[in-house]
Ligand binder design. Structure first.
Ligand SMILES: Cc1cc2nc3c(=O)[nH]c(=O)nc-3n(C[C@H](O)[C@H](O)[C@H](O)COP(=O)(O)O)c2cc1C
Length: 440
């Protein structure tokens, strides 16, 4: 049984016009949202008013799609680089956590550890790093002549990268850098240089950034393969995941939590937060109509192209759209998402056209359209039944979808004692209810 004071964690996953692939075509859409800092400040304030634990920003250092059909995909994403966006949002907020996605494949540990330490410092201990290994071929072309590295090699590099970053942050004790006016600026006894010589990196040195109010940035991980889950179990404080059914979400939750003990960690040391795309209506019929209105804005070609890119099939439109998915080899991209699509198609007996539309809504994340009470019921079930510690909320349309959630679903969760009335602390670590980071 769960203890009754256990509270749900909530993240606000930011995007330009919204998470729904056709959000930008909606009459309420704000077309230049992706490059409008005021838009993101507004979203951050709405989420903070709702006492969300964190803002969450995804990333890929590349254009999102080669296929011209996929302008929708590009319109969805923010044009701001996550760390600079969150630095701007840090000075416009006071409590909410700031989680930026950054790649271990296209960065170096010292540089990235330093940038996150800086965000952590300037936000008063609210930074988090969503560690990804990057599965986009377009991104690979911008950095390496050898193309996208194999899945296993990306993770091998990620393991070493995470260790280096943790060692760098852990190498600076409280009070290591003294305030101005002291005899010496750095207290050498409190600085522990890192000596790391691995297969992918060599790091010799200490960070020049003081220890932050939360010790180090929160580690978030979004990889669902076996190696991805193992890395999460060893290093992550929070896991972001995608699942459709309760059973799938429970299996994933149990799997990740069961890997913790061998690293000397307790199940509660990691918060599992799957994505949810809530479509809120005053009545169920209104919510369903909102969802349909968005779905009708997806051109078939866009849905099919998005599905094809997650499945790694060159030309899915060569198959009959009203027939089932063809058999296919395992992708080198996001393997877990490919499996999720195949399972969804089989389970619900969907044609390629139907599957494409369904998937395009929230890229395979869980979509719930209903009244605030129905959405709270669905969330409560997964929270209570061992499928989630919280959720990364992916509003289909911004700002209205997030506003609706904060105005109607958050109070419903509070009434049920599932969500905080106010922030417990000032740092992201305190608000997530996580202990002091382990010494390395
Ligand atoms: C829920 C979820 C969200 C992800 N978000 C991103 C992202 O924003 N940027 C990125 O480059 N990769 C992202 N990834 C990809 C992972 O970093 C990883 O590279 C990829 O999933 C392959 O690993 P896996 O097979 O372990 O899932 C995400 C993966 C999942 C499961």
């Amino acid at each position: 049984m769960m203890s009754s004071d256990r509270k749900m964690r909530l993240g606000a996953f930011l995007m330009a016009g919204g998470h729904h692939i056709a959000a930008w075509r909606h009459p309420d859409a704000h077309a230049p949202a992706g490059v409008d800092i005021d838009h993101f400040i507004e979203l951050a304030r709405i989420a903070e008013r709702g006492k969300f634990d964190m803002l969450f920003v995804e990333d890929a250092a590349a254009i999102r799609e080669r296929n011209p059909e996929m302008a929708s995909q590009a319109a969805r994403s923010t044009a701001f680089e996550p760390l600079s966006l969150l630095a701007a949002l840090a000075v416009n907020t006071t409590h909410i956590g700031l989680v930026a996605t950054a790649s271990t494949t296209y960065n170096e540990p010292y540089g990235l550890a330093r940038t996150f330490a800086s965000l952590d410092q300037l936000s008063g201990g609210r930074a988090g790093w969503n560690l990804v290994t990057s599965a986009s071929e377009l991104e690979a072309e911008n950095f390496a002549s050898s193309g996208l590295r194999p899945h296993s090699e990306r993770y091998e590099r990620a393991e070493e990268f995470a260790d280096a970053a943790l060692a760098l942050w852990g190498g600076v004790e409280e009070g290591a850098y003294l305030p101005q006016g002291e005899a010496s600026f750095a207290d050498r006894a409190r600085l522990h240089p890192v000596h790391l010589r691995g297969k992918h990196f060599a790091v010799e040195g200490v960070l020049e950034s003081p220890r932050s109010a939360q010790g180090r940035p929160i580690m978030v991980q979004a990889g669902a393969s076996d190696v991805g889950k193992e890395l999460a179990a060893r290093t992550a404080d929070v896991v972001f995941a995608a699942s459709q059914t309760l059973a799938e979400a429970q299996a994933y939750y149990e799997d990740v939590k069961s890997r913790l003990a061998k690293y000397g960690r307790k199940p509660d040391d990691i918060k599992i937060m799957p994505g949810i795309s809530p479509i809120v209506g005053a009545t169920e019929a209104e919510a369903k109509a909102k969802y349909r209105a968005l779905q009708e804005l997806i051109p078939d070609a866009v849905g099919v192209a998005l599905l094809a890119s997650y499945l790694s099939i060159q030309d899915l439109s060569a198959y009959p759209l009203d027939g089932p998915l063809p058999d296919m080899p395992q992708t080198n991209l996001i393997q877990s998402r490919q499996q999720l699509i195949i399972d969804l198609g089989r389970r619900e007996n969907l044609s390629i056209r139907e599957l494409a539309r369904h998937f395009a809504g929230a890229r395979g994340h869980w979509q719930v359209a209903g009244t605030p009470a129905q959405i709270a019921d669905a969330m409560e079930e997964r929270f209570a039944e061992g499928a989630a510690d919280g959720f990364n909320v992916m509003a289909p349309l911004f700002p209205s979808g997030l506003e609706d959630f904060v105005a109607h679903v958050v109070p419903e969760l509070r009434r049920r004692g599932l969500f905080r009335e106010d922030y417990e602390g000032r740092t992201l670590r305190q608000n997530l209810g996580l202990g002091t980071p382990i010494k390395r």
